[in-house]
Design a protein around this ligand. Structure first.
Ligand code: FEO
Length: 170
C-alpha cells in the first residue's frame, strides 16, 4: 500500500498532467491561428505526451490499489503577444512541473517508498529532456525566427515531429 501523502500527490499530479495537455493544446490553437501549423503540430504532440504522463500515473495508482479521483481541469488563460511567448511560457511550465515531480520524489523518499521513487525516476529523466527541448526551441526561435524565411524553415522542422508512445525503456 502506498503512503497516503505520496498517493495524494500522485493523484494531484494526474490532474496537473492533464492540465499540461490542455495548456499545450491551447498553445497549438494559438499557432494554428497564426498560420504556423508546424509549431501547432509540435505542441499537439507535446499534449499527447502529457496525457500519456497522466495515464501512466493513473495506472500506477490503480496497480497500487488506490482509487483515483479526478478534479476539475484549470482553464488555460494565457494570451500571447508574439511567437516566442508560448515557447517561454512552455519552459516556465516545465520547470514548474519538474518542481512538482521532485516534491513527490521527496515525499516518497521521506516515506521510504522505494518503489515509487523507482517509478518516478522515469519522470525525473523526462522532465530533464522536456526542459532541454523547451530551451532548444527558444534558442532556435531567437536565432532564426526573426525573419520570414527563418520562421518558415523552423515551422517546417517542427511539422516533422512525430508522436511516439512512451516506453519504460526510454
Ligand atoms: Fe508531463 Fe511536460 O511534463
Amino acid at each position: 500500500m502506498l503512503d497516503k501523502k505520496v498517493a495524494k500527490l500522485i493523484n494531484e499530479q494526474v490532474n496537473k498532467e492533464f492540465y499540461s495537455a490542455y495548456l499545450y493544446l491551447d498553445f497549438a490553437n494559438y499557432y494554428e491561428d497564426e498560420g504556423l501549423d508546424g509549431f501547432a503540430n509540435w505542441y499537439e504532440i507535446q499534449a499527447m505526451e502529457e496525457r500519456d504522463h497522466a495515464m501512466m500515473m493513473r495506472k500506477y495508482l490503480i496497480d497500487s490499489g488506490i482509487r483515483v479521483t479526478f478534479d476539475k481541469i484549470e482553464k488555460p488563460d494565457k494570451t500571447f503577444d508574439n511567437h516566442l511567448a508560448p515557447l517561454e511560457a512552455g519552459l516556465e511550465h516545465e520547470r514548474y512541473v519538474t518542481s512538482l515531480v521532485l516534491k513527490i520524489y521527496k515525499a516518497a523518499d521521506d516515506a521510504q517508498d522505494y518503489k515509487t521513487m523507482q517509478f518516478l525516476d522515469w519522470f525525473v529523466k523526462e522532465q530533464g529532456e522536456e526542459e532541454k527541448n523547451a530551451e532548444d526551441l527558444i534558442k532556435k526561435m531567437k536565432l532564426y525566427g526573426g525573419d520570414g524565411k527563418g520562421l518558415y524553415m523552423l515551422n517546417q522542422e517542427l511539422a516533422a515531429r512525430k508522436y511516439t508512445a512512451p516506453s519504460a525503456a526510454d
